[in-house]
Design a protein around this ligand. Structure first.
Ligand SMILES: Cc1cc2nc3c(=O)[nH]c(=O)nc-3n(C[C@H](O)[C@H](O)[C@H](O)COP(=O)(O)OP(=O)(O)OC[C@H]3O[C@@H](n4cnc5c(N)ncnc54)[C@H](O)[C@@H]3O)c2cc1C
Length: 439
């Protein structure tokens, strides 16, 4: 069996290493940070366990869900499954759309008929969108921005503001004026357009490290692989029988000759590791979008009506929050902790973390009509500057193959019909594992 090294222990690298270990390959995983998980991990701050950013998964994330089971988790234990919904606080005058547990496409139809806060013309526009997209088999001849597509599909302003814009920003982390309509349609095809369970929204009950990376490490080690954290690979060196890795640390530099190396770092880090071996132009061409999560702690008895609520963002009013998660619905130990997500948060973070957390607390107090929410007892803003690549129309993404025998790429940015998501990272890692084994 081939000996394989994986550089980078985010979800792509962990998925690749688990798949290799499952197939009996001796695999070594190198991660530069002290812990695995990359952009989806738990961080410990003042004794509190928080995620580096609130994440949500979809029922359509088939490979990720399968992988969680492979490493020994029960998906129903670690993820709260909610039907597809877009619920605004009733006081805020938004909409209330929840799909009932009926087989597709009746769940969408019934959800639409029952939806509150939408006019008849909005509902007709949504039904028209769904029928036309199905008729087009969810494919555009030429990619364009999401805004252009919504205009062509004759969507109402209200539907765009309450449904399409927040969905687009949440799924692609790119505002609709700049986001790829084709990638948005791909996500809608696999969620709205597929069986009902694929459209479910899944929220982690446990922290992101416990959700997969920690289990992945245990699985790899149980299958005779090894995991080195705090081991940044500096150089990949071609040798007569394969590849060697330099970390500059005698403890992790094992001197092994690897038959294949999977580079599962972000694209720009891969470009520097592969320079001199492969053409790296395609790896350096991405631009990025930030995501910011604002954690606000209140007394444990503070609870929202639902685990997840949508918020209307409006920069003019400094209303930056787009979704609020009540962590108390997910984990009793986090009662009173609210996580407010600001995707594509470039403008929101320009005034600094303190200003943002007080603006977000003020937004909650105003839209929920609960003045006490303006004054959390504790708050923390975590901003990931390069959270995802900007998912723009016609974006060319590199394949897993580098064109060099034994060097393979993995990561959420490789060619895929999904945006930068956990599912894109996992799929890329699984594919890289097969390529590394030559299957
Ligand atoms: C705040 C935030 C919110 C998000 N929300 C969602 C969401 O709700 N749903 C969703 O599906 N997706 C979401 N995403 C996107 C998702 O987290 C990413 O798509 C995914 O985690 C990317 O995984 P990856 O393995 O491709 O890359 P990364 O996680 O970036 O992993 C790369 C790893 O390589 C390591 N590394 C780099 N250089 C070296 C080296 N030289 N040697 C060794 N190791 C190295 C890094 O330390 C890192 O751990 C979110 C992302 C962020 C940041």
């Amino acid at each position: 069996m081939k000996r394989v090294a994986v550089i980078g222990g985010g979800w792509a690298g962990c998925a690749a290493a688990v798949e290799l270990a499952r197939r009996g390959a001796p695999v070594t995983l190198f991660e530069a940070a002290r812990n695995l998980g990359g952009r989806a991990r738990m961080v410990e701050l003042n004794g509190r366990k928080l995620d580096n950013g609130q994440h949500i998964l979809l029922g359509a994330y088939a490979d990720t869900l399968r992988l969680l089971e492979t490493v020994g988790l029960s998906v129903s234990d670690v993820l709260l499954r909610l039907p597809l919904q877009m619920r605004y606080p009733p006081q805020a005058g938004g909409m209330d759309f929840v799909t009932p547990r009926l087989p597709a496409p009746w769940h969408m139809l019934a959800g639409l008929i029952r939806a509150k806060g939408l006019q008849r013309e909005d509902k007709l526009a949504l039904a028209r969108f769904s029928t036309t997209a199905r008729w087009m088999d969810w494919r555009l001849n030429n990619d364009c921005s999401v805004n252009e597509m919504l205009e062509r599909f004759d969507q109402t302003d209200r539907l765009i503001q309450l449904m399409w814009r927040p969905l687009c920003i949440a799924a692609l982390n790119t505002p609709p004026e700049r986001a790829s309509a084709q990638v948005f349609l791909n996500v809608l095809r696999d969620s709205l357009g597929a069986r009902r369970s694929a459209s479910d929204m899944l929220i982690p009950r446990v922290d992101l490290s416990a959700l997969f990376p920690a289990r992945a490490a245990a699985f790899i080690e149980r299958h005779a692989g090894s995991v080195h954290c705090g081991a940044a690979v500096r150089r990949i060196v071609a040798s007569s029988n394969g590849w060697q890795l330099e970390t500059g640390d005698p403890e992790t530099e094992d001197g092994f000759q690897y038959d294949a190396v999977i580079v599962a770092t972000s694209a720009w880090q891969a470009a520097s590791l592969l320079a001199g071996h492969a053409d790296v132009a395609a790896l350096s061409s991405f631009s990025h979008e930030p995501i910011t999560t604002c954690f606000l702690q209140y007394p444990p008895q503070v609870r929202l009506a639902h685990p997840l609520l949508a918020l209307i963002d409006d920069a003019r009013k400094e209303h930056w929050g787009q979704f609020v998660f009540d962590r108390g619905h997910l984990d009793a130990e986090q009662a009173g902790l609210l996580a407010v997500v600001v995707s594509a948060s470039g403008d929101a973070i320009t005034h600094g973390h303190e200003a943002l957390s007080s603006a977000v607390a003020g937004q909650l107090a105003e839209v929920l009509r609960r003045p006490e929410l303006a004054s959390p007892s504790w708050s923390k803003v975590i901003s990931e500057k390069r959270a995802t690549f900007a998912c723009t129309p016609g974006l060319q993404r590199p394949a897993n193959e580098t064109g060099i025998n034994g060097l393979v790429l993995a990561g959420d940015y490789t060619a895929s019909d999904y945006p930068a998501t956990l599912e894109a990272a996992v799929r890329s890692g699984l594919r890289a594992a097969l390529l590394a084994l030559g299957s």
